[in-house]
Design a binder for this molecule. Sequence first.
Ligand code: GSH
Length: 284
Amino acid sequence: MAENSTYTPAKVWQWNKKNGGRFANINRPTAGATHDKELPVGEHALQLYSLATPNGVKVTVLLEELLELGIKEAEYDAYLIDIGEGDQFGSGFVAINPNSKIPALLDRNTTPPTRVFESGAMLVYLAEKFGAFLPTEPSARAECMSWLFWQMGSAPYLGGGFGHFYAYAPEKFEYPIDRYTMEVKRLLDVLDRHLSEQQYLCGDDYTIADMANYAWYGMLVAHNGYEAAEFLDVGAYTHVLRWVKEIEARPAVQRGRRVNKSWGPEEEQLIERHSASDFDAPAA
Ligand SMILES: N[C@@H](CCC(=O)N[C@@H](CS)C(=O)NCC(=O)O)C(=O)O
């Protein structure tokens, strides 16, 4: 350990509830439900329990894209899970996602119903179920899976690492901010170089890999995510910006971004979604 360290870890770590920064009230070192609470159930086969964070948005974008293709079986009910209030620790939610994180999906069209947790698993499940946005030819499928898993693997560095220490930690610590900024800029460069050569991540076709990556990197480069646009010099990633702009021109993406959104301008919010007409009604 460095001699000038201001912190010496205890022999055995103890939970100090006050020490968690912005999310101290929901972070804890144990799993499982903290209270009994059934989840609401709507009329459609697909039930989504979520919030419009990047991990939630990638799934609602896919569902809206499937509906845009005319696939009526992709109709869904989307209920808000308020993670700031601890809804993810209710017994009904934990039964669908033992990891207590949004999003969680229940498909009641199977016997017994199929639960899906982890947003990447949801994208693959829905794309396979409805035969869209995931190539079936093995090499093209492998490329799509590679970019999808790249997003799933990199998001914790972006959100849990960079976002946490740059925007949410109780103090600005140089070491973690430097470490994760370096990594996030490297990730942006990976994307930028790749997108300088092709329209979408897997070639000419828009796939679930674009939806997953767009949700995270679009937030960062086009929406001042973590209020870090200037710090990260996001304008330098011109190919990423071009790709984000094209994706955001899609009506399904514009709808998907609103589902389970409970903050921001009122016209962008849609707390719950049960039918296409909900997008026309004022926020409720
Ligand atoms: N790997 C998971 C990550 C999900 C995740 O981190 N969800 C966050 C919101 S974006 C959450 O529910 N946090 C609540 C908590 O940590 O208690 C996925 O992609 O589904």
